[in-house]
Design a protein around this ligand. Structure first.
Ligand code: SF4
Length: 287
């Protein structure tokens, strides 16, 4: 019988780079708990991240890891899944990484539906580069590069994904660990592309969307919400007064690997494990 793993089995010795109080700590803790609760083993998990504060997360999870370039986590994660369907593949990045430079990859990953979980750690700012406005910043957000207030409207990434053919869309809050663990477990267990947007405050630069702001402005979808109803999901995503949390939409359809690999022989399956291990050690060397 294999040993029961705990969240500690998914920890690495890499010192954290994040500021004390950063919301990303909550995402990391919830993710480790979700993987342990699901009975996953680090050798069965591949983690791919983009650039940004949140992109550092791939170094803090004991698993195969690839810390890629800005906005490119999803094509890499899709390729990993196609190469080895036995791996649990998780990609993560911030709102800038996923909804700005990576927006094209995001939409196409959604419509392809690989069995990959994508976590968008949304802090409504570019934290790594000292707090500029991001695609989810509120209109009027004042920064060093927008001293008169950010003039653009924020993007609604989940609503964009819904229209692109998403099969699983959810939102959580990094300061609600119990609910976030359950959301992540449901997303990872979903067969298909699952998107979990996690509100993850940047305590250093974003003085608007703070923990206190979220606590005032979020609420959970209740049992009256039908997650199979696309129109109902869209209406909740577009809620104007507050920010709903929970599973908005869930739908089953064949995955990319089901369709793309169905007639291929096992010879077509590439064993990536060795390469991923090599990437992880390179990443460690440059940390
Ligand atoms: Fe977190 Fe913001 Fe610090 Fe980046 S700058 S680590 S997002 S608190």
């Amino acid at each position: 019988m294999s040993a029961v793993l705990t969240p500690k089995d998914f920890a690495t010795a890499t010192p954290s780079w994040w500021c004390p109080g950063c919301g990303d700590f909550g995402v990391l803790a919830a993710l480790k708990s979700a993987l342990a609760d699901l009975g996953k083993n680090p050798k069965d998990v591949a983690f791919v991240s983009g650039i940004g504060c949140s992109g550092k997360i791939s170094g803090y999870i004991h698993s195969y890891a690839f810390h890629g370039v800005h906005g490119r986590a999803l094509p890499v994660a899709t390729a990993v899944k196609l190469a080895n369907r036995d791996l649990t593949v998780i990609a993560a990045g911030g709102d800038g990484d996923g909804y700005a430079i990576g927006a094209g990859h995001f939409i196409h990953a959604v419509r392809r539906n690989p069995d990959v979980t994508y976590i968008v750690m949304d802090n409504q700012t570019y934290g790594l580069t000292k707090g500029q406005s991001s695609p989810t910043s509120q209109t009027g957000y004042v920064t060093g590069t927008s001293p008169n207030g950010h003039p653009e409207a924020p993007i609604n990434g989940l609503a964009v994904a819904l229209s692109a053919g998403a099969t699983f869309l959810a939102r959580g809050f990094s300061a609600h660990p119990k609910q976030l663990v359950e959301l992540l477990k449901t997303a990872i267990a979903h067969k298909g592309f699952s998107v979990v947007e996690v509100e993850s405050p940047c305590v250093t630069y974003n003085k608007i969307n703070t923990y206190a702001w979220f606590k005032e402005n979020v609420f959970y979808l209740d049992d009256s919400h039908d997650a199979s109803d696309k129109v109902a999901a869209f209406k909740m995503m577009m809620h104007e007064e507050k920010m709903p949390l929970g599973v908005f939409y869930k739908h089953d359809r064949p995955t990319l690997e089901d369709l793309a690999l169905k007639d291929q022989t096992p010879v077509a399956k590439v064993e990536l494990n060795g390469d991923l291990r090599r990437f992880a050690s390179i990443q460690e060397a440059y940390r």
